[in-house]
Design a protein around this ligand. Structure first.
Ligand SMILES: [Zn+2]
Length: 498
């Protein structure tokens, strides 16, 4: 069996002023052909899962194009069209050389281009236009996907992760590949169902380690065991910052029978909707978070700045949390990391052992605080910003923060990087020689994914959510396209129906 793999993955935050052009894809991940297998074999990523399942089943994978940019603003129309055409052309060229039996895609689900608000629907449509309806096509997606009727219509297998932090990307892809291969072997298509709910909720409310999203996650797992013929049911949280008409929560199901798919989708949609008031977001300011941190009984305390999460399209150079850390100046404080390539270069030029004075952070936009004036910050270390991620989410893959430095100001160690990335593990601290176990207060930028690793390594975790384009209070956003007649903007009555 020969299966072509590839994808174009982006989570778009329409409130970001950074357009996601091809250079940003090339900075993060732009892989062609064998590079895909080289970079992802043995890695706990979506593609790593596809590869592992294919190997286990003796399937020959035909790698084509995989392009992934860090979350940021809308993708220019021509960028999306170029990537889409390259992906479809590469698949088609391979198909001409020797026919493919199926196509396995990995996209995010919340990608938006200026000209194509639903990029995943567009990519699937383009694949169908070239290949026709016969060839089975799978797509594995992030739980933050804004799932559309088109995505369901144009795919044969559509699977989302169940965990947030997304520690199950690898496992979700294995399930997807298995279902796809089964269609190739048996010729039997699955029944699919999507229910879109009139509901937006912020990622800060979506953690599945506990709380309301955990309850729904457990329901999906139970239904997959209990309903005969049900292959998969996913509760997609959606991504409200994409600001497209299709934004919102959805449930998808796939089964051998229409009845099973319908029953599972209905039960999950009903239960989640009935629980909608329980999805709450934390609202601590950085000062309130530090007040709580100082009362902690176990250390290090990790304080995460959710509103400036580069993993959700925020710039990663916001200063609200770092400013509070510097103000408190508590012994054993470290911030890992803030993105400011200018300052990283300045410090690198000055060299280890020197001091620099500069404005740090808040340079991308005016929404994440004011730049911090540093005076005589000591340059403790300089590094290339590369390390291997050790989180269960994406573990084994390389993270590249580019030129990075460690500055010391009073009692605070500040890691300054050159790329906006959310902190997933200890890597950003350790790469510049900070032993996190010796620290008491750690600041970082992420909403939930950092918990995949830090839940087992932090004495306590406290979330703060100052202003920013990834903040949990959705009422502050000036939506152009997303439906404002959805909960929680309006308190509406709604019943899921088929
Ligand atoms: Zn996600």
């Amino acid at each position: 069996m020969r299966i072509g793999i590839g994808g174009i993955s982006h989570e778009t935050n329409a409130f970001s002023n950074v357009a996601t052009d091809e250079t940003l894809f090339r900075k993060m991940a732009y892989l062609e052909g064998q590079e895909i297998l080289e970079k992802h074999t043995g890695v706990r990523s979506f593609l790593g899962g596809y590869i592992a399942e294919a190997q286990a089943q003796g399937i020959t994978l035909v790698p084509t194009l995989f392009a992934n940019a860090n979350p940021s603003g809308r993708i220019p129309t021509h960028t999306l069209e170029n990537l889409r055409d390259r992906l479809v052309d590469m698949l088609w060229e391979e198909h001409q050389k020797q026919p493919l039996d199926a196509i396995a895609l990995n996209c995010h689900g919340a990608g938006a281009s200026v000209g194509y608000p639903d990029i995943e629907g567009e990519i699937l449509r383009a694949v169908r236009q070239r290949f026709g309806r016969e060839i089975p096509v799978s797509i594995v997606l992030d739980l933050h996907g804004n799932i559309t009727e088109e995505m369901v219509e144009y795919s044969d297998v559509l699977v989302g992760v169940k965990c947030y932090p997304h520690v199950d990307m690898y496992e979700s892809s294995r399930v997807t590949m298995d279902l796809l291969a089964n269609i190739v072997r048996t010729g039997k298509r699955l029944y699919k169902r999507i229910i879109k709910l009139p509901w937006h909720f912020a990622p800060t409310a979506g953690v599945t380690l506990s709380g309301p999203a955990h309850k729904i996650q457990q329901l999906t797992i139970r239904l997959e065991q209990e309903i005969p013929g049900l292959k998969q049911v996913t509760f997609f949280h959606g991504f409200p910052y994409a600001d497209i008409p299709q934004c919102g929560v959805s449930v998808t199901a796939m089964a051998e029978t229409k009845e099973a798919a319908d029953a599972a989708a209905l039960e999950v949609a009903r239960t989640a909707w009935n629980d909608r008031y329980t999805f709450r977001v934390p609202t601590l300011s950085p000062a309130e978070a530090f007040d709580a941190a100082e009362k902690a009984e176990a250390f290090p305390v990790v304080i995460n700045e959710s509103s400036d999460n580069p993993g959700g399209g925020a710039p990663g150079d916001g200063t609200f949390l770092l400013r509070e850390m510097l103000k408190r100046n508590l012994p054993g404080s470290a911030f890992g990391h803030i993105c400011d390539p200018e300052v990283a270069q300045l410090a690198a030029k000055a060299g280890v052992g020197s001091t620099i004075s500069c404005l740090l952070g808040a340079k991308t936009d005016k929404l994440h605080g004011e730049p911090i004036a540093l005076e005589n910050a000591y340059v403790k270390a300089i590094c290339d910003g590369k390390f291997v991620n050790v989180s269960p989410m994406g573990g084994g893959g390389e993270t590249n923060l580019d030129l990075s430095v460690r500055l010391q100001v009073g009692n605070v160690d500040i890691v300054v990087s050159s790329r906006p990335r959310q902190t997933m593990c200890k890597g950003p601290f350790e790469m510049v020689g900070i032993n996190y176990t010796q620290m008491r207060y750690l600041g970082l930028k992420s909403s939930q994914h950092f918990k995949g690793w830090w839940k087992d390594h932090a004495g306590a975790i406290i979330t703060c959510d100052p202003p920013g384009i990834h903040c949990g209070d959705l009422s502050v956003f000036d939506y152009q396209y997303a439906n404002r007649n959805y909960f929680p903007f309006v308190d509406l009555e709604w019943e899921p129906e088929l």
